[in-house]
Design a protein around this ligand. Structure first.
Ligand code: SF4
Length: 664
């Protein structure tokens, strides 16, 4: 018998996003990109680990396990437990009138109920006041979470009108430090497991093993009352009307037609060239509405729908155009990109217009502001130093004394380019020691490596500057004997535009190579992205020098390496087209491709930016903090990390070499 079509928490959330999605969800013939990513997203967000940790603080809690899709059985088991006067239940199930929910933690004392939703999102409990803004709206990026809790309270209240329900968000508290070494490793992420959460908790783990709580119980009764009473994100309808509308349409499998627009850019039901038996919800929506909105198009075909879209332009300048139903890049004009006179090099609007023009004319040639690039490069001091960090910031810390999401810098790589063209992988550093806070050793090693010369230092984007500033603050409150020296070093290679630590701009302040790209270089192949993963294939594709050089073995190209064989070639050509060198690296985490990990992080950071910039390496680091990992696996992962980070700095060198070729 097919499962009943109940409106659950996740379906309610989906409908708030776009009600049409209710029609496509859970149908095997419709592609759902979010479903295939769910394990990796869980991994990236750390939500399940935090859920397991939170449960440990409720020592009397009873879990409702198994039969995930037998709603009646789950509810029956919940009801048996609820017969007790006082009880705490994990994952209790409630079903009423076509609405079904499971609650993370429910605490019942008579008819007094605490409804607790656990999230890996962090909060500073010492400064938190309310999620309601001065204007009476929901703030702090918490709208979706709070609607989720409000929906749960609404359903439970329908089931038990006599209950007095108070709602809470149980969040990770940045103002607290863990008192336990190896806390994170008690909650191991296990891919492809039978476990609902993919998290294996150390057998027998109890509250006393996890030390001081790093969780904050945030009372959200006011926020939930605001939602239930005024339904702020859809105020034209009451909350219950909204719920019933979604419930009825979902139950009867009736599509709610939502207007197509900018929100379709991230639609998970988009599938290009669906194979037989598969459908693309996105194309269904557009095939139906486009002829009505734009009759001038005549017969709408998939090819028309698949034209490049206005929302793909860098920094999304064309919101107005999209709201006027000018969805396609071909419909944009220069007026759709705001001029930013005064900008140095290529301005933002220049790049946006270049992207539009080159997309429309299918011009795949590179655009470079040679004169200004040459001027900029003249100011660089040889030998040039390229550095890249691998860091880890996760919800549940690894070592005692650390706060949730506190940054750990465990690895760097350092390439040097000399004026005569010689490229040296000068040093790298990696610290995977279990339970060891690596940051101070890391900065000592980095200082030693960069003290080797007085040349310019390059980073790619802001991460390296952010991290050394974090370490500066950590040193400030530490008792490291050389902290004054290390802090002075950090000031020389970084800048701080104003914080409690002060304001400075070092005489060797790291040069942001990404800024150089943004100011002077545009390649249509990047689709407007300036990330190193997008720029590297573009420079490899456009530079004959790079193709010629890096298709040769390391030993023949005046390059040294610390982690690759001397006869390794960084670049392969496939029918003359450069193959991304990252593709030849082994996976960093349990057979999941590095690309998939990076993509999962990107998805996760869109929802919650807390692990931003961690990269695929953070999973490998987290895994190696587990003492039960075999020596073989440890050695393999370490070697993979070293190669990965070496390629990160070599990629910067390649971008530099491409620029050098251009100006010469
Ligand atoms: S294509 Fe647009 S309207 Fe259709 S389901 Fe996706 S987001 Fe909603």
């Amino acid at each position: 018998m097919p499962n009943p079509r109940y409106l659950t928490k996740s379906r309610f959330k989906l409908a708030l996003d776009c009600p049409t999605k209710l029609f496509y969800t859970r149908k095997s013939d419709y592609e759902d990109a979010s479903e295939t990513d769910s394990f990796l997203q869980g991994l990236a967000q750390g939500g399940f680990q935090v859920e397991e940790l939170a449960r440990l603080y409720f020592t009397e809690g009873v879990a409702i396990l198994g039969d995930d899709y037998n709603y009646d059985k789950l509810v029956a088991r919940t009801n048996v437990l609820l017969e007790q006067e006082n009880v705490t239940i994990f994952e209790p199930a409630f079903l009423v009138d076509g609405l079904f929910i499971r609650v993370d933690i429910l605490e019942k004392k008579g008819n007094k109920i605490r409804l607790i939703e656990v999230k890996a999102k962090s909060i500073d409990s010492e400064s938190h006041d309310s999620f309601i803004t001065g204007k009476g709206t929901l703030g702090g990026g918490m709208g979706a979470y709070l609607y989720d809790v409000a929906f749960q309270q609404y359903v439970i209240q329908q089931c038990h009108p006599d209950w007095n329900i108070k709602a809470y968000l149980n969040l990770v508290d940045k103002s607290k430090k863990t008192s336990v070494n190896g806390l994170n490793s008690h909650f191991k992420i296990v891919p492809n497991s039978e476990l609902r959460t993919n998290v294996a908790v150390t057998p027998g783990l109890s509250k006393s093993d996890v030390g001081v709580s790093i969780m904050a119980m945030i009372d959200v009764q006011e926020e939930v009352a605001l939602i239930l009473n005024t339904n702020p994100i859809q105020s034209e309808k009451t909350f219950s009307d909204t719920v019933n509308y979604y419930r009825d349409h979902y139950a009867n499998d009736i599509k709610i037609e939502s207007p197509i627009g900018a929100q379709c850019g991230g639609c998970e039901f988009k599938l290009d060239n669906p194979p037989p038996g598969k459908k693309s919800g996105f194309h269904e929506c557009w095939m139906k509405q486009l002829p009505i909105l734009k009759p001038e198009l005549g017969k709408v075909t998939t090819a028309i729908i698949d034209q490049p879209k206005a929302w793909d332009i860098w920094f999304k300048p064309a919101k107005n155009a999209i709201s006027e139903n000018r969805f396609f890049t071909s419909e944009l004009t220069r007026n759709d990109v705001k001029d930013d006179p005064g900008a140095y090099g290529m301005s933002r609007s220049d790049r946006q217009w270049l992207q539009i023009e080159k997309t429309n004319t299918q011009d795949n040639t590179v655009e470079v502001d040679i004169e200004n690039l040459r001027l900029e490069m003249k100011s660089w001091v040889y030998p040039l130093n390229f550095i890249d960090f691998e860091t880890c910031a996760v919800a549940i810390p690894f070592t005692a004394g650390m706060r949730p999401y506190e940054q750990l810098a465990f690895q760097y790589s350092h390439h040097i380019v000399y004026e005569n063209g010689r490229v040296e992988h000068h040093s790298d550093y990696i610290n995977l020691e279990i339970g060891k806070f690596p940051n101070f050793e890391f900065i000592r090693a980095l200082k030693k490596s960069l003290d080797h010369n007085e040349g310019s230092i390059f980073r790619y984007h802001n991460h390296e500057n952010t991290i050394v500033n974090v370490i500066y603050n950590q040193l400030q409150v530490s008792s490291e004997i050389d902290k004054v020296e290390l802090m002075a070093f950090i000031k020389t290679i970084s800048h701080n535009t104003g914080s409690s630590a002060g304001t400075w701009s070092g005489n060797r302040d790291m040069i942001d190579l990404q800024k150089t790209v943004v100011n002077y270089y545009f390649h249509p192949q990047t689709g407007g992205s300036n990330s190193i993963k997008a720029i590297l294939p573009a420079v490899l594709e456009s530079s004959e020098f790079l193709k010629q050089k890096y298709t040769q073995p390391i030993k023949d190209i005046n390059l040294t390496t610390l982690n690759f064989e001397e006869d390794h070639c960084f670049l392969q050509l496939d029918n003359g087209v450069a193959v991304n060198p990252y593709k030849s690296l082994p996976p960093l985490f349990d057979g999941v491709s590095n690309e998939d990990l990076e993509e999962a992080i990107e998805h996760a950071t869109k929802e919650d930016r807390q692990i931003a910039d961690g990269g695929a390496a953070l999973f490998a680091y987290a895994k190696l903090q587990d003492a039960t990992i075999s020596e073989v696996e440890r050695a393999e992962t370490r070697a993979a990390l070293l190669r990965y980070c070496e390629l990160d700095t070599l990629a910067m060198v390649m971008i530099f070499e491409c620029f050098k070729e251009l100006i010469e």
